[in-house]
Design a protein around this ligand. Structure first.
Ligand code: PGA
Length: 251
């Protein structure tokens, strides 16, 4: 069976002091052993978090990486190889805030996905539709296209070393959560699309739900057959709330 994963996306939040408090808070949590837990601090705080959480079964990831895997002349960017060197195990690619606010294209997301894997990082590929796309009935088409870009370029086998996160844009930071049935429909479609290329890979890949996940709604979402955990933004900045969400993903 797939081991659930709960990942906290801290986004552009934190100071050295608040990150130290959050680390202490996470250290106090009783984390379920059957759930993989990860946090994604800003790259400025990666080293502090790797050190602060050492000895704990919590992985650290980057929120983005450059399209080039190796370090080089690319001002302001962080290479996947540098994240790996700093102690990261994973990296988010294609988060909707970057796709929409920073105009990241599918082509760029594909290159970041490949760069991450070439350095031994597990990419967490974020996909999801806007409210206008959902209202136009385009949800499965949009998500299918975002996923196909990576399958076509990297091959389905690459998903044996990747995680997918379905995050409806209208549910992110809005307090609106997709209903468990709405989310399950899209998760099942993502798995079916992967299964059409390789059934075994599709069975093994973790598909996380993201968008206003909280302790009160987590268990119901995680109870759906194709939802293998969550990518948690706002609620992951509160260690007790994050711990409760991690426990909701446990058996
Ligand atoms: P949210 O963010 O939990 O604050 O809605 C989720 C995400 O963007 O990863």
């Amino acid at each position: 069976m797939r081991r659930p994963m709960v990942a906290g996306n801290w986004k552009m939040h934190g100071t050295r002091a608040s990150v130290a408090e959050l680390i202490e808070g996470v250290r106090r949590q009783a984390l379920p052993v059957d759930v993989e837990v990860a946090v994604f601090p800003s790259c400025l705080h990666v080293a502090q978090v790797v050190e602060g959480l050492s000895g704990l079964p919590v992985m650290v990831g980057g929120q983005d990486c450059a399209v080039e895997a190796s370090q080089g002349a690319l001002t302001g960017e962080v290479a996947a190889s540098q994240l790996r060197d700093a102690g990261c195990a994973l990296v988010l690619v294609g988060h909707s805030e970057r796709r929409l606010l920073l105009a990241e294209s599918d082509e760029w997301v594909v290159r970041k996905f490949a760069a991450a894997q070439s350095c031994g990082l597990v990419p967490v590929l974020c996909v999801g539709e806007t409210l206008a796309q959902r209202e136009a009935g385009e949800t499965l088409e949009v998500v299918g296209r975002q996923l196909a870009a990576v399958i076509d370029a990297c091959g389905v086998a690459a998903f044996g070393r990747a995680v997918v996160a379905y995050e409806p844009v209208w549910a992110i930071g809005s307090g609106l959560t997709a209903s468990p049935d709405q989310a399950q429909e899209v998760h099942a479609a993502i798995r079916a699309q992967l299964a059409a290329a390789d059934a075994e890979v599709a069975q093994g890949v973790r598909i996380l739900y993201g968008g206003s996940v909280k302790a009160v709604n987590a268990a119901e979402l995680f109870g759906m057959p194709d939802i293998d955990g969550g990518l948690v933004g706002g609620a992951s900045l509160n260690a007790d709330e994050f711990g409760a969400i991690c426990r909701a993903a446990g058996s």
